[in-house]
Design a protein around this ligand. Structure first.
Ligand code: PAF
Length: 288
């Protein structure tokens, strides 16, 4: 695996590979890699594509300084995992390399409601910072395909809009969330959970699954489902665990995240949750 720390170095490598007719697949990450990230890196290997992964803990997308400071850094282990996974190029830039002129985002994309709701409401500025760095990375790597995990559902919708609005020549592919055996969504933040919080955290996926099962049951019966009632039941189930500080539990239209009161039998919906437990903020979602 080639490790590039400078933009000009990775650009040089990729120009040479493209001259050989290679296609490029890209998985951007903030490190602390788990099997979910590795599945994104491996996605196009069988097709003989060049696989690029970036590790960059992007300061502009953290609205909470403590969250940024506590973000797990496991670079040596990450490099080993990427070599083992057969990653071709790791892009590992510094903050100065990515933000040589400071953090100001001179021409932010206006994502409207999509970036204002849910995560946008609870993490002001997060999506501007995320889109700012993803655009920079896409302009450097110029991948044919970009792989992102479905765990960050809203992020993935925003990146899709970013690609459309900036007319970038990349196809976004959303990859299914990988889960631990008990159902907890894999996340770099899971390593910060203490034993008790880890045990309780599984309730997030259990409650999401239960909401989706109810919706699917209504769909099978060709009946509309009562979104408000399903959300209230889910919130009550989570409230039984005082360890959770729930920020939101919502059922939304899967395409645009608009709120729903009822769910029509053919409607695709997403159930999304964000909650803090033991000082660690977790998100998860399921589509039905
Ligand atoms: O999902 C993440 O890890 C980050 O938001 C991303 C896409 C790497 C941008 O910093």
């Amino acid at each position: 695996m080639i490790i590039c720390k400078r933009i000009k170095d990775i650009e040089k490598q990729l120009v040479a590979l493209r001259k050989e007719g290679k296609k490029v697949s890209f998985a951007p990450t903030m490190g602390a890699l788990h099997s979910g990230h590795i599945s994104l890196v491996k996605a196009r290997q069988k097709a003989g594509w060049v696989t690029v992964c970036s590790i960059f803990v992007n300061p502009t997308q953290f609205n909470d300084k403590a969250d940024f400071e506590k973000y797990p850094i496991t670079i040596e282990g990450d490099i080993m995992k990427l070599i083992e996974a057969g990653c071709d190029i790791l892009f590992l830039p510094t903050v100065a390399e990515m933000y040589p002129d400071g953090f100001e985002n001179k021409k932010p994309v206006d994502f409207g409601f999509l970036a204002q709701t849910l995560e946008g409401e609870h993490r002001p500025g997060h999506f501007d910072g995320m889109a700012q760095i993803v655009e920079k990375l896409l302009r450097i790597v110029k991948p044919d395909t970009l792989y992102m995990g479905q765990k960050d559902y809203q992020q993935q919708l925003i990146v899709s809009k970013l690609i459309e609005k900036r007319k970038l020549p990349t196809k976004l592919i959303a990859y299914p969330t990988l889960r631990e055996k008990d159902g907890l969504a894999m996340s770099s933040r899971n390593v910060r959970l203490d034993a008790h919080s880890r045990k309780v955290a599984v309730q997030l996926s259990k409650v999401l699954r239960s909401s989706i099962l109810k919706i699917e049951d209504s769909k099978l019966k060709r009946k509309a489902a009562d979104a408000t009632a399903i959300m209230n039941t889910a919130k009550a189930a989570l409230a039984k665990h005082p360890e959770f500080e729930v920020e939101y539990y919502e059922l939304r239209d899967a395409a645009n995240l608009q709120p729903l009161a009822t769910i029509a039998p053919k409607q695709k919906v997403v159930a999304l949750v964000a909650a803090k437990i033991g000082g660690v903020r977790l998100i998860d979602n399921m589509v039905g």
